[in-house]
Ligand binder design. Structure first.
Ligand SMILES: Nc1nc2c(c(=O)[nH]1)N(C=O)[C@@H](CNc1ccc(C(=O)N[C@@H](CCC(=O)O)C(=O)O)cc1)CN2
Ligand SMILES: Nc1ncnc2c1ncn2[C@@H]1O[C@H](COP(=O)(O)OP(=O)(O)OP(=O)(O)O)[C@@H](O)[C@H]1O
Length: 196
């Protein structure tokens, strides 16, 4: 990939990460509750029996309250398990004690995993990101994990990027051939339709 694209993505990641570092614990907790309420109200959520999400860490848009609410509803929750080649395997959420610290500061499900292709069985996908632009180009952690997941999903289930307010950028994020656009984002202030 051209060095300039890699470099501008890196600089953008640094900027967003620094901004996230300024968010207070109270703001993060409030944002997570707002994301829960919005996600639970999605029409697509009403019919979803299996939802793939991630266990938020640090200053990421929080998924804790949503995971608990969906678990209580009896929705099956698929959580990612990072593989050595940065592809993602998946495991079920089986309650708070079923998560364990994993490499790279992640929290992952313990117990058997289902294989990378299990994502094809999800009815709805909640995707982590650092930012997205108005065209739906997504900036992730830079390992291409979710580019592979979204390619596998092939639009078969709705995908929503979870972000903090201010992380939907008016300037375009440099797009590479492997980047799979997303068409919707959730921030604490609401649902945002993007135009891939
Ligand atoms: N909470 C959470 N879980 C997730 C993701 C995520 O974004 N958030 N992922 C989304 O893809 C996958 C994990 N992907 C990762 C990809 C790269 C690195 C990584 O290279 N980390 C750097 C530090 C960068 C950072 O702190 O952001 C490193 O360890 O050097 C970590 C996780 C699956 N689980
Ligand atoms: N389908 C794929 N298979 C293997 N590697 C891939 C695939 N898609 C992307 N990659 C690799 O991932 C690397 C990072 O890509 P990019 O910077 O777009 O990640 P990102 O979208 O920020 O991260 P993520 O998808 O993990 O959130 C690239 O070097 C790319 O080669």
């Amino acid at each position: 990939m051209p060095v300039s694209i890699r470099e501008s993505k890196r600089a953008l990641r640094e900027r967003v990460t620094a901004n996230r570092g300024q968010l207070s614990a109270q703001a993060l907790a409030a944002g997570a509750r707002e994301l829960r309420d919005l996600a639970l109200e999605l029409p697509e959520m009403a019919t979803a029996r299996r939802v793939a999400t991630y266990v938020s860490v640090g200053a990421e848009p929080g998924t804790g309250p949503l995971i608990e609410a969906l678990y209580e509803r009896g929705v099956e929750l698929l959580l990612p398990v990072l593989l050595p080649d940065y592809d993602l395997d998946w495991g079920y959420y089986r309650g708070p004690s079923s998560l364990a610290s994993a490499p790279k500061g992640l929290l992952e499900p313990t117990g058997p995993t289902l294989g990378a292709e299990a994502i094809a069985e999800a009815d709805l996908l909640l995707v982590p990101a650092l930012a997205v632009d108005r065209h739906g180009t997504r900036l992730g952690k830079g390992a291409g994990c979710y580019d592979r997941v979204l390619a596998r999903l092939a639009g078969q289930a709705p995908a929503f990027v979870l972000l903090h307010d201010g992380e939907i950028l008016d300037i375009p994020i440099p797009k590479e051939p492997h980047d799979v656009p997303v068409d919707r984002a959730l921030t604490p202030s609401g649902i945002h339709h993007l135009r891939p």
